[in-house]
Design a protein around this ligand. Structure first.
Ligand code: NAD
Length: 471
């Protein structure tokens, strides 16, 4: 008998007014548990509960907010095993990666608790004193995707609380259980109504985007959904943070040490089975090292052990859902038709489960769907280039602008190339390496707004400037 899950509204565990829906394990296609399905009335109740909690929380001291958030981190740590289990079951990633996700959630929670929001003195003269304060926005709506569901929920909720806001979150209907558990944990230590969690298969996210009682939406997900949210949010001029899709390019310069880099390139491209917003998604390799690096990557791909993430020794889990599996299958088929060569993997495994082996595709060019579109799955196109200038041009010739990387033994040269990439984060001899103290966000169609660190925290505030006349 699987555990029962409830919505969290106003500090209470509540059944969904519209029944429930099944959450599947992507490794087995068996039902993990049933998720409560919220009605629109329950969304309104969650917003009202958050508004009521906000009236008190906005008056709380920084020390009080820090105390509550530190207590959340402690509870997350205590229940780390349980959280990792449910992430493996509903998301599909191997257990070691689920543990890393919970560890990341704890680390981000602690780091965010410690951030400060000092009053800035802009002028203090004989005539006047001008101070800038940072005020919370009100109710923040958090909408999250299915790839790193717990960590991303924490990235949204914790800075919102630290800045003095209340939250209504809506996890992806594909991976809602860990966020319901997170809501339960937060409610053990936070005032009732401060964090509410509601779930539904569809429509609730759209209703949140247009809800007049929500003051900001922080959204992580696909670019088309981000565009809908932006249109829907116009009614009450919601503040927005949109962390959207990416199609990160990596450029391997002619002098790169590919023996030292091949494993890191593989790991950052196939992180979470490639289902990571800032994973390495297009690899540009100089002609002089092209054949050798393709071979090394294919060798590493073939060494992976595919299986249910709950089983010991598994290094590579399933794709999270059938639609994503079908997209990856379609993109690889299309690349084959265009003459590309598949060095490893290349087709889904027979079911049950949404397994697709890590796939390296060579002899492929820009203009092919697998290069131009975000694959968000376990396949990496490797593209040959002759001239570094041309590689930089091609890396930038994409509507996304989340991350990028340059691989070289000459760090100064790599830095010069890195500075020319059009994206929010650039790594040298690494990729997708995020930390709580470095801001993260995209440009172009990858969205706008920043997460993490002081800059990320300020996104949950508006500045209020107080002018004190001394004369
Ligand atoms: P998605 O856009 O399909 O769904 C994300 C969330 O939005 C889900 O909770 C979904 O229920 C909700 N939603 C769907 N339609 C909505 C609407 N009209 N209004 C409001 N909410 C709606 O994305 P996904 O498939 O869950 O996630 C994969 C995508 O997310 C990829 O493109 C990936 O690159 C991106 N992503 C970006 C980042 C980042 O930080 N930039 C991080 C992780 C994932």
């Amino acid at each position: 008998m699987s555990r029962q899950y409830n919505l969290i509204i106003g500090g209470q565990a509540i059944a969904g007014a519209r029944g429930h829906f099944d959450v599947l394990n992507p490794a087995t296609e068996q039902v993990v548990a049933q998720c409560p399905q919220a009605s629109m009335d329950q969304l309104d109740q969650a917003v009202e509960a958050a508004q009521a909690a906000f009236e008190q929380w906005k008056l709380s001291s920084h020390a009080e907010r820090q105390r509550v958030i530190a207590a959340i981190a402690d509870r997350l740590e205590e229940r780390a095993g349980e959280l990792a289990d449910i992430i493996v079951q509903e998301q599909g990633k191997p257990r070691f990666l689920a543990e890393a996700e919970v560890g990341g959630a704890v680390a981000w929670t602690r780091a965010t608790a410690e951030l400060e929001l000092p009053v800035e003195v802009l002028e203090d003269s004989y005539a006047k004193r001008i101070e800038m304060h940072r005020k919370p926005l009100g109710v923040v709506g958090s909408i999250t995707p299915w790839n790193w569901p717990l960590m991303i929920a924490v990235w949204h909720i914790i800075p919102a609380l630290r800045a003095g806001n209340a939250v209504v979150c809506k996890p992806s209907g594909l991976t809602p259980l860990n966020t319901l558990m997170l809501g339960e944990i937060i409610n053990e230590v936070a005032p009732p109504g401060l964090v509410n969690v509601i779930c539904a298969e569809s429509r609730i996210g759209a209703a949140m985007s247009e809800h007049p009682g929500i003051n900001k939406i922080v959204f992580t997900g696909s670019t088309p959904t981000g565009q809908s949210i932006m249109s829907a949010a116009a009614g009450n001029l919601k503040r927005l943070t949109l962390e959207l899709g990416g199609n990160d390019a990596a450029i391997v310069l002619p002098d790169a040490d590919i023996d030292a880099s091949a494993m890191a390139i593989f790991q950052t491209a196939f992180l979470n089975m490639g289902q990571t917003c800032a994973a390495l998604k297009r690899l540009y390799v100089h002609d002089s090292q092209y054949d050798a690096l393709c071979q090394k990557l294919a060798d590493i791909a073939r060494e992976q052990t595919l299986g249910n993430g709950a089983d010991a020794g598994v290094t590579f889990g399933p794709v999270q859902n059938r639609a994503q599996l079908e997209l990856v299958t379609e993109l690889v088929e299309d690349a084959r038709k265009q003459g590309a060569q598949v060095l490893s993997g290349g087709s889904p495994l027979d079911g049950p489960g949404y397994f697709y082996p890590p796939t390296i595709v060579r002899d492929i060019e820009d203009g092919t769907r697998l290069v131009d579109e975000e694959q968000f799955g376990p396949v990496l196109p490797v593209i040959r280039y002759q001239d570094v200038e041309d590689a930089v041009r091609r890396a930038n010739a994409n509507s996304n602008g989340l991350g990028g990387s340059v691989w070289s033994t000459d760090i100064e040269q790599a830095q010069r190339i890195a500075a020319r990439l059009e994206c929010g984060s650039v790594w040298i001899n690494n990729h997708a390496d995020i930390v709580p103290h470095a801001p993260f966000g995209g440009c172009k169609m990858s969205g706008f707004g920043t997460e993490f660190g002081q800059e990320g925290l300020l996104e949950y505030t508006y500045p209020q400037v107080i002018h004190i006349n001394k004369e």
